[in-house]
Design a protein around this ligand. Structure first.
Ligand code: NAP
Length: 285
């Protein structure tokens, strides 16, 4: 509707995923939009894999401002987009889509989300340090790309699938002193010697132990990307040894904030979005 000759701005974004049972994104973003007084809305779009093509055409036809993309579409959406930014291109996965005119551009804010969490929130300076990353899936790819971007020294990826581990290591090959993949069973022996440990597997979501042979030490940074539950046995063990243990909520908020800024061009209200995420976890858990 035109008011005073000015077109109504109704901006909308949403999250594409399947089955999309639990997602904190609508809550975080809608709270963020309200906090800044923006006329934007964030919707839930459960889209089955076979319908992804139609859904992306729908976004174009309706003029959506963008979208978040979650399991299982992060990789399959790439072929439906017009271009990718550097991080999304390197990883081969997209978690954020932005519309620019008629074009849909893919971004991956998990990379900058992890980087900002690590440096700004956890206070860890990765330059020249050694890191052990557990897992070789989408989250591990984002973490290792981020560590490469930040100039980490040595990055080791422990994965039960050696080929997947090597492919993740390749993401940081040029940017680090060394990036290599090791067998899953060898991870525990390395813990004591690294500055940073990141769990990028789902192990711990149901209270399972991880790296039970290893010993943590003070001043190490241990990050579990799992955010629900807020703490895991890994974090608790790390903290008990004097290490700095962090859950995954900070990264989740940071990746959302980066998407928010990409769509709106405004700095995201981190405090309001964090509070919304914490409240949301309380409801789901
Ligand atoms: P994914 O693509 O499915 O990758 C999971 C990885 O964990 C794979 O390498 C998988 O190995 C490995 N894995 C699973 N179970 C294992 C086991 N029992 N032993 C050894 N390795 C095992 O999932 P993702 O998207 O990377 O997510 C991983 C975790 O990170 C999830 O808990 C997710 O919630 C969390 N996450 C958090 C954030 C955040 O913002 N905080 C963002 C993204 C993801 P195989 O390939 O051999 O199965």
């Amino acid at each position: 509707m035109a008011v005073g000759g000015k077109r109504d701005a109704s901006h909308f974004v949403g999250v594409l995923g399947w089955p999309l049972e639990v997602t904190l994104s609508p809550l975080m973003h809608n709270v963020g939009f309200r906090r800044l007084g923006l006329d934007w809305i964030y919707l839930r779009w459960p889209v089955a894999p076979d319908d992804l093509d139609h859904a992306v055409r729908g976004l174009r036809a309706l003029g959506a401002d963008g979208a978040n993309v979650t399991m299982p579409h992060k990789e399959s959406i790439v072929e439906h987009l017009d271009s990718l930014d550097e991080d999304a291109g390197a990883i081969g996965a997209v978690n954020t889509v932005r519309r620019s005119g008629k074009e849909l551009i893919g971004h991956n804010t998990d990379v900058v989300g992890f980087s900002e969490f690590l440096v700004e929130d956890a206070g860890f300076q990765p330059d020249g340090t050694s890191a052990l990353v557990l897992g070789a899936g989408g989250a591990a790819r984002a973490v290792v790309k981020a560590l490469g971007n930040l100039g980490a020294g040595d990055v080791t990826i422990a994965a039960r699938n050696r080929e997947a581990g090597a492919s993740v290591a390749a993401l940081a090959d040029d940017a680090t002193r060394s990036a290599r993949a090791i067998g899953w069973e060898d991870a525990s022996d390395l813990i004591d010697g690294v500055d940073l440990v990141v769990n990028a597997t789902p192990i711990g979501m149901r209270g399972e132990a991880l790296l039970s042979r290893g010993t943590f030490r003070p001043n190490q940074c241990v990050i579990d990307l799992i955010y629900s539950p807020p703490t895991t046995p890994l974090i608790e063990r790390a903290r008990a040894s004097g290490a700095n243990g962090w859950g995954g909520l900070g990264m989740l908020v940071r990746q959302a904030a980066a998407s928010f800024a990409i769509w709106t061009g405004q700095q995201a209200p981190l405090d309001a979005m964090s509070a919304a995420a914490i409240r949301g976890i309380g409801h789901h858990h």
